[in-house]
Design a protein around this ligand. Structure first.
Ligand code: NAP
Length: 526
């Protein structure tokens, strides 16, 4: 299938007079074709369709929504190598990585289909009437969760498949029963068009309502602003820069009816090296650290950008190992020229306040991210906390701490994080225990003896954390719990059985997991 460069307004393609090109970050050249950019008329049309699709889509049997998600996965796989090839040209990500990312994308869609069938997400509760209760009778009260309405999804530059047009946010919102209007990332519009084609084919094949999906493209912040300001949008999901996330949150909060923006923005993912771990496996830790840091040219939100190490003889060995490992890292092309520029600025900031320990091998090509490792004393970081801001790319800062108190002082001063990691051995248990309360307050996922890159898509995952890791630390953007962002609870008081929504009627309730008078029931009784 040749790319047309058109937008998708609902299930139909549309061209506009405004256009832009994707850029091959490896060569800097514009890639064909020209892509239509959406203006206010397209935002208006997509939001109107999404709004009109909402009632039909949310009323559909959950099984139908599950089939829709599985059908999207099927069509993405059927697109085969050309999809991966285009993603490679637009992002410079290696084909092997993109193959893995496609598997994750398809896996996420199928996981949300399974989640729909499991029905826990409905949050069913019933407190039966107590007509004889003294001093006052209790009416019958039942609760379920319903979708919030149309959702705006912002594709991420660093996951052209798994967090883009049919990525985790789209899968969660569609599973919840929300039509989506996707604002594609301007760095990979061709990949976006391919995937949109898969969604539209699946929507037609499974009989989804017109407007359940639209794709708007454009290289201008005005598009995202207009989308989030549209009164028919009821929530938004975003992964990208802190400035972008904050700008969208501001627009959302200033609307006559403010809406939540679930933004995933910036994190340095501290890793704490405890003495027992340094004593027993300093060299191995150094190799694993540099492998995690430089994976995907460091362009992961879970990149380990800050190492907090308690002074110990093993620390010297760790640093030497890390220097040697980083010097052997060959630079690779970053996702966009803009991301490369931001990375260079971040290195300037680090270089001004910390000591450069080692650089990766030198780079010839355009937009190559050369790895860098810095070190600083704990006291200097406490005096200059900007050193602990995200450097999106393969750069990290090692902080030398005199003891537990300095580690704790830094942890308490850190901003919110997606992850925090402890590298420990048996004798470190008391130290680890004393750090946990502070770490829990800072991060959404705590890791022992692992590395933060590589986010499992499952039920127990939290890919979230206090600001600025995300705009709302009560949620996650990865894993089945992500569906919660697009649902809200409704209570039905005193309803006759025949007026209750199907899933809250007695027989249906007995078949589903629910809480009856506060007690958990597995469901399944016929
Ligand atoms: P970005 O600049 O935040 O852009 C992400 C999306 O948001 C794009 O569609 C962009 O649209 C839109 N957007 C950005 N600012 C906006 C604004 N003020 N108003 C309305 N829409 C806005 O992120 P990026 O292009 O992926 O990368 C830039 C930087 O973000 C990186 O250097 C890195 O620092 C950070 N980043 C962080 C993560 C993470 O997971 N922590 C992931 C990716 C990127 P337009 O481009 O059309 O304006």
């Amino acid at each position: 299938m040749a790319l047309s460069g058109e937008l998708f307004i609902g299930l139909k393609r549309r061209a506009t007079d405004l256009s832009f090109h994707a850029i091959d970050p490896a060569s800097g050249r514009a890639l064909a074709p020209a892509f239509s950019a959406a203006g206010t008329a397209e935002v208006e049309a997509a939001c109107a369709l999404a709004s009109s699709a909402f009632e039909t889509y949310r009323a559909m049997a959950h099984e139908r929504r599950a089939e829709f998600l599985e059908c999207i996965a099927k069509h993405i796989l059927e697109q085969g190598e050309p999809l991966l090839q285009r993603a490679h040209e637009e992002t410079a990500l290696p084909l092997a990585r993109l193959t893995g990312e496609r598997a994750r994308t398809v896996g996420q869609l199928r996981l949300f289909a399974a989640e729909l069938r499991a029905r826990d997400w409905l949050g069913l509760r019933a407190d039966p009437a107590l007509p004889l209760r003294e001093p006052a009778a209790r009416p019958d009260l039942r609760q379920r969760k319903i979708p919030v309405g149309a959702v705006a999804v912002f594709g991420a530059s660093n996951f052209p498949l798994a967090f883009s047009v049919a990525g985790g946010d789209s899968a969660a919102a569609l599973a919840a029963g929300c039509p989506i209007v996707v604002k594609g990332h301007p760095a990979h519009p061709g990949t976006g068009e391919w995937v949109a084609g898969a969604i539209v084919a699946a929507a037609l094949e499974t009989g989804m309502p017109e407007g359940v999906f639209s794709l708007l493209n454009g290289p201008d912040t005005a598009l995202g602003t207009a989308l989030i300001a549209d009164p028919r949008i009821h929530a938004a999901a975003f992964t990208g820069s802190r400035s972008g996330g904050l700008a969208l949150m501001k627009v959302a909060a200033a609307r006559p009816e403010p809406i939540p923006v679930f933004a995933e923005m910036s994190s340095v993912n501290p890793v704490i090296l405890l003495p027992g771990a340094l004593a027993t496996r300093a060299a191995g830790l150094a190799r694993e650290f540099i492998a995690s840091l430089t994976l995907g040219v460091g362009q992961f939100c879970t990149n380990p950008g800050l190492i907090l190490a308690i002074e110990h003889e093993g620390l010297g060995q760790f640093i030497e190992g890390a220097r040697a490992a980083i010097a052997a890292v060959t630079p690779a092309v970053m996702l966009t020229p803009g991301i490369h520029r931001s990375y260079l600025h971040a290195l300037e900031r680090l270089g001004a306040g910390a000591q450069l320990l080692a650089r990766g091998a030198d780079a010839d090509g355009q937009n190559c991210g050369r790895a860098a490792l810095y070190s600083v004393a704990a006291q200097s970081l406490l005096e200059n906390p900007r050193l602990a801001e995200e450097a999106f790319g393969p750069a990290a800062l090692i902080v030398r701490c005199a003891g537990l108190e300095e580690v704790l002082a830094i942890v308490r001063r850190l901003e919110g994080q997606l992850t925090a990691t402890l590298q420990m051995a048996g004798p470190d248990l008391p130290l680890a225990r004393s750090l946990l309360p502070a770490l829990e307050r800072k991060a959404g996922r705590l890791i022992v003896n692992g590395w933060p890159t590589g986010v499992e898509v499952c039920h127990a995952m939290v890919h979230g954390g206090p600001f600025p890791a995300t705009s709302d630390g009560r949620s996650t953007s990865v894993g089945t719990l992500a569906i919660e962002r697009f649902l809200r609870p409704v209570c039905y008081q005193g309803f006759p059985e025949e007026l209750l929504p199907g899933e809250l009627r007695d027989a249906e309730l007995a078949r589903s997991p629910h809480r009856l008078d506060g007690r958990q029931r597995a469901g399944g009784a016929s």
